[in-house]
Design a protein around this ligand. Sequence first.
Ligand code: DC
Length: 208
Amino acid sequence: MSDRVIAIDGPAGSGKSSVARALASALGWSFLDTGAMYRAVTVAALDRGVEPSDAPAVAALARAAAIETLPRVVIDGRDVEDAIRTERVNEAVSIVAANPEVRAQMVERQRAFADRQPEGTVVEGRDITTVVFPNATVKVFLTASLEERARRRGEEGAASVARRDEADASRAASPLRRAPDALVLDTTGRSVEEVVEEIRAWLRTRPH
Ligand code: DC
C-alpha cells in the first residue's frame, strides 16, 4: 500500500500535522498522526504508574493497547486527545518513543492502518519516510527554524522542543533522519496552504 502513501517527517513544530492534515483533506485521503500514538502510550503508562523508562512494562502495555487517532485520540476506551498535549507527556514521550518494542508495535499498526484505507493516506512522524514507508509515493521532510518551531508549540518552550529534537534524532531505534529522496521544505514564515501547494505541485511531476 506504500504506493498510496505520502510520508512526511520532520522535527517538532516543523508543521507536519497541519500540513499533513490539510494535504489529506485536499486529496480526499486519510490522515495518520503517528506522534499521537506514541503520546497515547505515554499517557497510558503514566496513568497506570508505569515508569516510562521501564521498557518491558511499557512494551507490554503498548502491545495490549487498543489505539485510535481519529476522530479523537483514544487508548483503551479513554479519550486522551487533551491529555496527550500536556507538559508531563512532552517530557516523557521521547523515552517511550525510543523503546524498540513499542516502535515495532506502532509501525505494524501504522502499516495496517494504511492498508485499510480505500484511497490513500498521508502519514506524518519521525521515521515514516525511512522505516515505516520507505517506498512511499512521495516523501517530504519539513524543517523550520527553532525559533519558529518553539513559537508554534506555544507553552512547551524552545528548550523543551530542542531537548525533544535532540532525543529523537540521537536515539538508536529509528532516529529522525532525512531520507535521501525526500523533498526538503523549510516552512519558516510560510503558510500551511503554501506548503501544501508546493507538495501538490511536486506530486504532479511524479509518475503514478
Ligand atoms: O509529532 P509529536 O511531537 O506529536 O511526536 C511526539 C513524540 O513521538 C516525539 O518526541 C517523537 C516521537 N515520534 C516518533 O518517535 N516517531 C514517530 N513516527 C512519531 C513521533
